[in-house]
Design a protein around this ligand. Structure first.
Ligand code: CTP
Ligand code: MG
Length: 229
């Protein structure tokens, strides 16, 4: 297996839950688009040598200008899996390890990117960052009645970047019609073991308006602390 690490960034979503018109990946946080923050974090990792971004199809040129010549930008698709698939195809042939990272997780620390990449390079075929779940989770039926309450202590919330051996992710994406909400879900369906490592509270996904408020507050706090140094 080649040990060269590449990253793909699905950034083509519309951000419907966030609202506000502008595609979510281009929404500014402390004045800079969240996608730019996510890409810079990937490039800050010593491991990552190539980044491919899947942008909203009408904004490929705009996104290319924002990210500069070092980043490859491809048109994303209708679903996240389509965007990831197109971006995976654009990686250099000699990339052996792939990180898949949401543009919508702009405050992810570079140390988490390093930890995921290192775990794949150490021999784990699929690696995902996770956090304990804090709310109790219920399974419900179509009428909204509770069917089941899974034990909370065995549940984990899953983040990105998720890291994979490239050959395994390529095979997994051949099954991309499966109803999964993350890349590791496709790999699990192959029967490949998926390893968890500790995630980061800062790697939360900006999904709803309250997440944007939290992200701005965290940035304001860290900028203020940097200013004091
Ligand atoms: N994504 C993508 N292509 C799509 C859908 C989503 O590249 N067709 C990306 C988003 O840009 C985001 C990541 O996948 O970086 C996670 O998706 P999500 O948080 O659901 O973002 P959106 O789909 O944009 O938001 P929403 O579901 O609220 O519309
Ligand atoms: Mg979505």
């Amino acid at each position: 297996m080649s040990t060269r690490v590449g990253a793909v960034v699905p950034a083509a979503g519309r951000g419907e839950r966030l609202g506000g018109g502008t595609p979510k990946a281009l929404r500014p946080l402390a004045g800079r688009p969240m996608l730019l923050r996510a890409v810079e974090t990937l490039l800050a990792s010593a491991h990552v040598t190539q980044v491919v971004v899947a942008a909203p199809p009408t904004l490929v040129d705009v996104v290319g200008q924002i990210l500069g010549p070092g980043v490859c930008v491809v048109p994303g698709g209708g679903e996240r899996v389509d965007s990831v698939r197109t971006a995976l195809d654009a990686l250099d042939d000699d990339i052996g390890v792939v990180l898949v990272h949401d543009a919508a997780r702009p405050l992810t620390p570079a140390t988490l990117v390093d930890a995921v990449a290192a775990a794949v390079l150490a021999g784990h075929p699929a690696v995902i960052p996770v956090l304990p779940v804090t709310d109790t989770v219920k399974e419900i039926d179509a009428d909204g009645r509770v069917v089941r309450t899974p034990r909370r202590d065995v549940l984990r919330a899953v983040q990105t970047p998720q890291g994979f051996r490239r050959d395994i992710l390529r095979t997994a994406y051949a099954n991309r019609d499966l109803p999964v909400t993350d890349d590791a879900g496709l790999v699990e369906a192959l029967g490949v073991p998926v390893t968890t490592i500790p995630g980061s509270e800062e790697a939360f996904k900006v999904t709803r308006p309250v997440d944007l408020v939290l992200a701005e507050a965290l940035l304001a706090d860290s900028l203020a602390r940097d200013g004091q140094r």
